[in-house]
Ligand binder design. Structure first.
Ligand code: AMP
Length: 187
């Protein structure tokens, strides 16, 4: 089963993805984590993207699409993909369709965790203390939210008419969101 967790930064996609990975014996495909790993390892890509990430700007579709590819074609991960933070633009959504088609896969569920801006700001301020992410300061949070509204939210129209699209109130407690996901997934 392949699942997309969609929503603004701070919606709880990562938390729920980690839960689903265990529950469904799947793999979390977090492009944020994949990119942070490139920075940590100080690769050529890492050097290119560090400024954009720290400023809350998107990394180019070209780089992200390329890094994603090997995960989709990884035989072990086939039909066990939990997307967290991808796709984030229409270009990425269309790229994902092509990669899935070429690897004989499809998306089974798209969950939209809908959260308002004030809740996001509060949550990310708390996360900053716990995870010490360099892109979790207030300026960057607001910038990331604006980018989400301008570039990522249009992806909703691309998916929202699909019968496998489900909206969940992301302002609920973690356990309540998990329970909703489990109900949709029947697990
Ligand atoms: P996240 O961990 O999902 O909040 O992502 C952290 C940062 O990584 C974002 O603010 C972007 O700079 C970058 N990033 C993560 N995923 C993508 C993506 N799909 N497209 C472009 N940039 C991304």
């Amino acid at each position: 089963m392949n699942i997309i967790l969609f929503g603004p930064p701070g919606a709880g996609k990562g938390t729920q993805a980690k839960y689903l990975v265990k529950k469904l014996n799947s793999y979390q495909i977090s492009t944020g984590d994949i990119l942070r790993e490139e920075i940590k390892k100080d690769t050529d890509i890492g050097k290119k993207i560090i400024n954009n990430m720290n400023e809350g700007k998107f990394v180019s579709d070209e780089i992200v699409n390329d890094l994603l590819k090997k995960h989709i074609f990884d035989k072990e991960k086939k039909n066990k993909l939990i997307f967290d933070g991808y796709p984030r633009s229409l270009n990425q959504a269309k790229n994902l369709d092509i990669l899935l088609k070429n690897s004989n896969q499809k998306i089974d569920y798209i969950f939209y965790l809908n959260v308002n801006k004030d809740t996001i700001v509060e949550r990310i301020k708390k996360r900053k203390i716990l995870e010490k992410r360099s892109d979790d300061n207030l300026d960057t949070i607001l910038k990331r939210y604006d980018t989400y509204i301008a570039t990522t939210k249009p992806v909703l129209n691309y998916y929202s008419k699909n019968s496998n699209f489900h909206e969940i109130d992301g302002s609920m407690e973690i356990g309540q969101i998990t329970a909703k996901l489990e109900a949709f997934l029947n697990v």
